[in-house]
Design a protein around this ligand. Sequence first.
Ligand code: ATP
Ligand code: MG
Length: 395
Amino acid sequence: MNEVIIIKYAELNTKGDNINYFIKILKNNIESSLENINHEITYDKGRMYITSDNISKCIDKLKNIFGIHEINVGYEFSDNSIDNIGNNVLKLLSDKEFKTFKVNTKRADKTYPLESMEVSRKIGGIILKNIKDIHADVHNPELSVEIEIRFKKVLVYTSKYRGLGGYPVGASGKGMLMLSGGIDSPVSGYLAMKRGIRLEAVYFDAPPHTSVDALNKVKSLCKILCNYSGYIKLHVVNLTKIEEEILKNCDRDYLITIMRRYMYRIATSIAYKNNCKCIVNGESIGQVASQTLTSMSAIECVSDLPIIRPCACLDKLDIIEISKRIGTYETSILPYEDCCTIFVPKHPVINPNKNKCIEEEKKYDFDTLVKEAINNEKIIKIELNHEYNSFNDIL
Ligand code: ATP
Ligand code: MG
């Protein structure tokens, strides 16, 4: 009898008849994440089961996959007699150190002759008889032994790891993440992936005003996000000419607003081309002048896609906390210039007027530059093909 990883699905349980669709996507995501580890996956509507010769490495990978509520390690078998359940539980506990324990039994198969409480009591008795110096404690046990009597199988397990929750990446379609080198946009990307959105990313650079280092930083942020999604297609769009002409031709107070309107237009166009159903970005209400509600409205009206802003209502400190947890923080704070460097010092309006934006944009043939920028985009596929260790390691 080999150990098996038992996965409990996250919110998928609420998905009714669609559950098979979600489970298949989750299975595919797990397959690709475990591609370098020997493993086998089976599943039913309630659980997924993974066997492997490297359980702990599998668990490390599974901890980064959305759509998983809990990861457990134990045994799966079909002989549901109390003796056999007891033997498996003893085997499971043989390498565990504990003084107090509790047995929880769930019985999905209501035709099973014993009730859950009885099973727990009997197995508890077997444990007490076979392992010395321990006692049962139903309130605060060091170890919980879980038993599930399902229709054709019994599961016993102890170790529990919390999964990331959410929906499997891809279950909600694709979105285009506007990824800058900052703290907020990678966090937004992560949160969007958690709702099942597979990300493509667009980064606007403006060489020579922005450096290769700044681009590499964005690539490494993508790479870190790949820990949660396997791969990301990154579109790099050169905004230099557009920025320079905005600077030459438009009202100083409107430089940032107009530049952001062009970013949104380009992101939207690339999103449509790539079958993305929304734009995701790192804007947070009130964070800077271009993120007041009036500014957001004057900027986002150039796009007809839903604009998803997962950080919109989070405090900066909350965003920082998430970025530390997901591993993007250290990279995000590396000090490289952003693409509106040439607009410094910035004097953006806090309450831009949409009509004024339209008037300013008539001052130059920006449409041609936009087409050029889109036609000249560079596409980089970023994959998680080796373990992420450090910034230098992933370039
Ligand atoms: P972040 O918000 O990621 O910390 P930031 O604070 O430098 O970076 P802002 O100026 O706040 O960026 O821009 C708000 C959002 O606009 C970003 O979160 C990002 O989604 C998008 N954005 C800004 N600059 C770029 C860029 N060069 N390329 C792609 N998207 C960008
Ligand atoms: Mg920001």
